[in-house]
Design a protein around this ligand. Structure first.
Ligand code: OAD
Length: 231
């Protein structure tokens, strides 16, 4: 069975990371969509850095840990390693912390920085600013950006994602609002005979495209669903 899992912010909500569209969706009066763009970074890089610095610091807090849903996926993968792909829209590291291996973070990872000149990606846990010197090339200042995908940029690994989704026997979407493309459209690219399961607190605009919808918290419903699958 070829398993394709797509996760969104809802899987990390119970770990203490707020979802994007959950609360009021604003950050210091800015819409997230207005901060997370290449144009915003060109116009006001300090503002964009500040936005991500806050999030990075939060990810590094000791109390931010994977929950039962992340762990259940990592356990499940151990018995399906060859036919398992976990595509996450999340920029937090919790799938990795939980022990998942075949993870494709399609919107990048915030605990990484990317050089805007060379494209080189390095692990990164400090704040970034326009004054940050590149440790690889210390005379270069302000060339590092968070290694995350902004609105208007191409998600990572799109070709691999397409191939995997078109061959999936099980497509499992967990905690994603299904409004941001291309992730939102993946369910419609699965083969006709694919089992399509959505786990979410609420209905989403794509719920009708699934063969089974489970309403509830990821930390409860994901372990339950995966153990039912293995029984
Ligand atoms: P959203 O914040 O849009 O949606 C979170 C979803 O999780 C909602 O549908 C909630 O109902 C659901 N949810 C919340 N808590 C849950 C829980 N405990 N158990 C199950 N479901 C729960 O987050 P995403 O769909 O991930 O992109 O957002 C997609 C993209 O939009 C993000 O990757 C980011 C954002 O702007 C970029 O930054 C490029």
């Amino acid at each position: 069975m070829k398993v394709f899992v797509l996760t969104g912010a809802g899987i990390s909500a119970e770990s203490g990371i707020p979802t994007f569209r959950g609360i009021n969706g604003l950050w210091k009066g800015h819409r997230v969509e207005d901060v997370a763009t290449p144009a915003a970074f060109t116009k006001n890089p300090e503002l964009v850095h500040e936005f991500y610095n806050e999030r990075r610091r939060q990810f590094l807090q000791k109390n931010i840990q994977p929950n039962a849903a992340h762990f259940a996926l990592a356990e499940f993968e151990k018995t399906h390693a060859d036919d398992f792909l976990l595509v996450t829209q999340n920029i937090d590291p919790l799938h990795f912390t939980a022990g998942s291996r075949n993870v494709l973070p399609m919107h990048g990872q915030l605990l990484e920085a990317r050089c805007t000149v060379t494209g080189k990606v390095v692990p990164w846990t400090n704040d970034l600013s326009v004054r940050t010197a590149d440790p690889e090339n210390p005379h270069r200042i302000g060339n590092l950006r968070p290694n995350v995908v902004w609105f208007g940029e191409m998600p990572l690994g799109v070709q691999r994602i397409q191939e995997a989704v078109q061959n999936a026997d099980l497509f499992l979407a967990i905690g994603t609002s299904a409004v941001v493309y291309p992730a939102a459209g993946l369910v419609e690219q699965t083969p006709a005979n694919c089992k399509r399961v959505e786990i979410n607190l609420e209905e989403t605009p794509k719920s009708d495209a699934f063969t089974e919808t489970i309403r509830g918290r990821a930390s409860i419903e994901v372990p339950k669903f995966l153990s039912r699958l293995q029984a």
